[in-house]
Design a protein around this ligand. Structure first.
Ligand SMILES: Cc1cc2nc3c(=O)[nH]c(=O)nc-3n(C[C@H](O)[C@H](O)[C@H](O)COP(=O)(O)OP(=O)(O)OC[C@H]3O[C@@H](n4cnc5c(N)ncnc54)[C@H](O)[C@@H]3O)c2cc1C
Length: 808
């Protein structure tokens, strides 16, 4: 065999010839990208792709993942004919059974979400489900969902079709070439090294699938992705399987089924899978290999499958496939530009990479060619992770947990159990002693609520009234009527300084930062389209020093965004000071009475007006008191050097005792912020929306001079927005979590972005975008779990619209 011939230079190099890498190559070719090279160490599909079952299910928990899956399904129906390569697409639909009452509720909720995004999905009675799949036993079936456009595809044929289309568009694909090293200069990859020569490149794509973590290490990156075992079996042949059956999923019984010609392929997401290579690194010579079958794990889903499908008891097993499957630190794929490098794209961590490859290839190719994926990809963005997510110990435990969760009920407010406790605030143990039930956010342990009196052990297993509801209601009222202390140490905090800091940040932010030291400014950071990339507070500490505060989960992303745009001349310095400052939110109408007792600084309205900050002393300790609120009451976020944190905590509790001070947690915060119409980035605002649509026009300073996104925002304002974020109060207190359908006169307008119960206004509240033409109406309906209730759109917010409490 001739040695592979490589060019000395290619503009874009894709590493990995699985379904994902080949799809990126195909889509780059379709977008007209030139000089693209795909390198595959063995043969195309030889990684994870060749042994996949090929099921394509589109409806996912995240709207944009569903959109990506829709792109895939549409492509699979057409690509075979387009490139002249059969992909074995069977668009026979999919049936998902509800074998429990709760699953039936979940399916109804999915149907509501599907309706809100215009996705074709039907709920069926057990009998109708049987008509679609006449081999199932209906015992215990409450209903089913049918998606007509789902199907299954041949992963090998699909990958070859991508490759054929890519080659036809000028992409060079070379097999039998392992990239063994990458050359890095500063924030750029300049070349890849192979045994057949080096290739200089301008853009590198890591689509190395099972090897993605190892491949990332070549560039000095630690990627939060590992590999676990996944099994399915293929039954013996029989002539008793009718043609044209849909694929079948019975998540309560933990199995999926794909009709093969005259047989079934059946797989499952059982508990206790194995991470064969604890640190996620496959041996270098691993290619087209499987693991020995594990009958004990197989039984965990085959036995229930045989009860649902009695025919299985009569069919022997022809083959068992036990293969390695990628899984990321949260189970979702990783797509996009790595924040540490300017030209390194990721497309890895795909647990359902056959279904996902079509859409993922399309959005990533767009991102590479246009510099922007064109839609919000936050749920898949590598910037959603932090350092601890990439630790082998974390990935091992979470990989196994995430795998087993694939078919578990997606309960609202559910918390992970594996790999907890890594990031604790200085108040952690004190809060625990006070009854805190911690949740996990980006690895931080944060108080969700406080167990008081006889409240039982928390369980999340309901869509309805949670055991902690009354307790959270009490915490909510404590903030509204008295004074509370909330640990917000998990906030991400940055300092940006230097002679160019003001000019730079004022260009990056949509609001005007030209304020005197001590001012606190709420602002969005927009992209060139005007989409909201970040939502944060910037405190001016000095003429040339700024303190930035953003959400617990957004540190990598927002920090990456800020660093990526910084001038290269060294005039601006950036540092992440998250670990250096603990944060306590002292809030409620009695908050000033408490603070006054422990400080000699002037904390009156004149001393620290709303939206300002001041260095004060609390007893012996220094603190930056920022007069701002996400709960809508008088209060300060006190940023405290970590070593003083415990002291300040004790001091405030002691001083607050006479005012009835108590603890509150993040569940209460969410209810409080909904009443105030305070938005949450990643749900209510994302790069898909601009500040004018979100009702944040007040924070956009179009006249301050040039800033990122200004032209787009000026145009949007002049032309008027197409959609608007509205706040709705529900007539009946349906449980709402976001994702509900918004209707007007029976017409579907969209879906809600957030939902919760407001304990002060005693109503369920949702936010959501509706077309601008509908945004002035007041009468709407909200559909949740298949039930519809009238809802009133209100101007402004539900609680204290005049801000009297906040300014008090
Ligand atoms: C048993 C089983 C059943 C599955 N069923 C389904 C299903 O029904 N539906 C579904 O959507 N998904 C399914 N999957 C998952 C699916 O197979 C994967 O998500 C998908 O194949 C991932 O594709 P990929 O291109 O990202 O990775 P891979 O297929 O692993 O491709 C990566 C490629 O990169 C190459 N490579 C790595 N390092 C280098 C290097 N240094 N230099 C050059 N080349 C390199 C490798 O050789 C490999 O070919 C299943 C998985 C398993 C194990």
């Amino acid at each position: 065999m001739n040695a592979p011939q490589l060019p000395a230079q290619a503009r874009i190099v894709i590493v990995g010839g699985g379904a994902v890498g080949c799809s990126i190559a195909y889509h780059l070719a379709r977008l007209g990208a030139k000089d693209v090279l795909l390198l595959e160490r063995s043969t195309l599909t030889s990684g994870c792709t060749w042994h996949a079952a090929g099921l394509v299910g589109q409806l996912r928990g995240k709207t944009n993942l569903t959109r990506m899956m829709q792109m895939s399904a549409r492509l699979y129906a057409a690509i075979g004919e387009e490139v002249g390569q059969d992909v074995g697409w069977h668009g026979t639909g999919s049936l998902r059974l509800a074998s429990s009452a709760n699953r039936w509720l979940e399916l109804k909720r999915s149907a509501t979400i599907a309706r809100s995004i215009g996705f074709d999905m039907h709920l069926l009675s057990p009998r109708e489900a049987y008509d679609k799949f006449p081999l199932i036993d209906l015992e215990g079936v409450h209903g089913a969902a049918f998606v007509p456009s789902d199907g299954y595809v041949d992963p090998y044929g699909l990958t070859q079709a991508y490759a054929k289309g890519a080659r036809a568009g000028g992409v060079r694909i070379v097999e039998g070439v392992t990239v063994t090293a990458v050359e890095r200069m500063g924030k750029r990859i300049t070349a890849v090294r192979t045994a057949h020569g080096d290739v200089r490149c301008e853009i590198l794509v890591n689509a190395a699938g099972l090897w993605a973590r190892q491949f990332g290490e070549l560039a000095g990156l630690e990627l939060p992705v590992t590999v676990v075992e996944h099994q399915y079996l293929v039954t013996e042949k029989t002539d008793r399987i009718p043609p044209g059956l849909p694929s079948l999923r019975d998540p309560d019984n933990n199995f999926y089924l794909k009709p093969e010609p005259g047989a079934f392929a059946i797989g499952g997401w059982e508990e206790g899978t194995v991470a064969p290579y604890g640190d996620g690194r496959l041996p270098p010579d691993f290619a087209q290999q499987l693991f020995p079958q594990n009958m004990e794990r197989l039984e965990r889903f085959v036995v229930p499958a045989a009860t649902r499908l009695p025919l299985l008891n009569e069919l022997g097993i022809r083959t068992v496939i036990n293969g390695p499957i990628p899984v990321s630190a949260d189970g979702e794929p990783i797509i996009g530009l790595h924040p540490d490098l300017d030209n390194y794209f990721l497309a890895c961590g795909f647990t359902a990479g056959i279904a996902g490859s079509g859409g993922a290839g399309q959005v990533l190719a767009r991102w590479i060619v246009d510099g922007d994926p064109g839609m919000d990809l936050w749920a898949f963005d590598v910037r959603r992770f932090s350092q601890h997510h990439a630790s082998p110990a974390y990935l091992h435990d979470v990989g196994i947990e995430t795998y087993a969760a694939y078919y578990k009920m997606g309960w609202p407010n559910e918390e992970r159990v594996a790999a907890r406790g890594a990031r604790r605030s200085p108040f952690h143990d004190k809060l625990l002693a006070a009854g805190a039930v911690h949740g996990s956010k980006n690895g931080w342990e944060r108080p969700n609520w406080f167990r008081r009196g006889g409240v039982p052990e928390p369980t999340h297993e309901t869509f309805d009234r949670q055991v902690w509801r009354d307790t959270v209601g009490a915490e909510h009222r404590l903030v509204r009527e008295g004074v509370a202390l909330i640990d917000m140490s998990s906030f991400t905090k940055f300092e940006v300084g230097g002679p160019g800091a003001f000019e730079y940040l004022n260009w990056l932010a949509a609001a005007n930062l030209d304020k005197p030291p001590g001012a606190a400014v709420y602002t969005q950071l927009c992209n060139a389209r005007g989409g909201i990339e970040a939502d944060l507070t910037i405190v001016r500490l000095a003429d040339d020093r700024f303190y930035l505060v953003t959400g617990s989960g957004f540190g990598t992303r927002d920090g990456g965004w800020i660093r990526a745009h910084m001038p290269a001349d060294g005039s601006v310095q950036f540092s992440d000071v998250t670990s250096a400052r603990a944060v306590l939110n002292l809030c409620g109408p009695l908050a000033r009475r408490v603070l006054e007792k422990v400080t000699r600084d002037d904390v009156s309205n004149a001393g620290i007006p709303y939206m300002s900050a001041k260095h004060i002393r609390i007893g012996l300790a220094p603190a930056l008191a920022v007069r701002i609120s996400y709960v809508g009451e008088l209060g300060w976020e006190l940023h405290i050097p970590t070593e003083y944190a415990a002291y300040v905590f004790d001091t405030l509790l002691e001083a607050g005792a006479e005012f009835g001070i108590g603890h509150a947690g993040y569940r209460a915060i969410d209810s409080l912020r909904m009443e105030k119409r305070y938005l949450y980035w990643s749900a209510d605002i994302t790069p898909d929306y601009n500040p004018f649509e979100a009702g944040l026009g007040f924070a956009v300073a179009l006249n301050k001079g040039d800033f990122q996104g200004r032209e787009a925002l000026r145009r949007i304002k002049a032309e008027g927005v197409r959609q608007k974020l509205c706040c709705f109060l529900l007539e009946r207190p349906l449980p709402v979590y976001g994702g509900e359908t918004i209707l007007r006169d029976g017409r579907v307008l969209g879906s809600t972005s957030s939902g919760n119960y407001g304990f002060t206004v005693e109503k369920s509240i949702v936010f959501g975008y509706v077309p601008a033409a509908d945004a002035q109406a007041t009468a709407f309906e909200i559909e949740a779990f298949g039930e519809t209730t009238p809802a009133v759109r209100i101007d402004g917010c539900a609680y204290d619209p005049q801000r009297a409490r906040l300014l008090g």
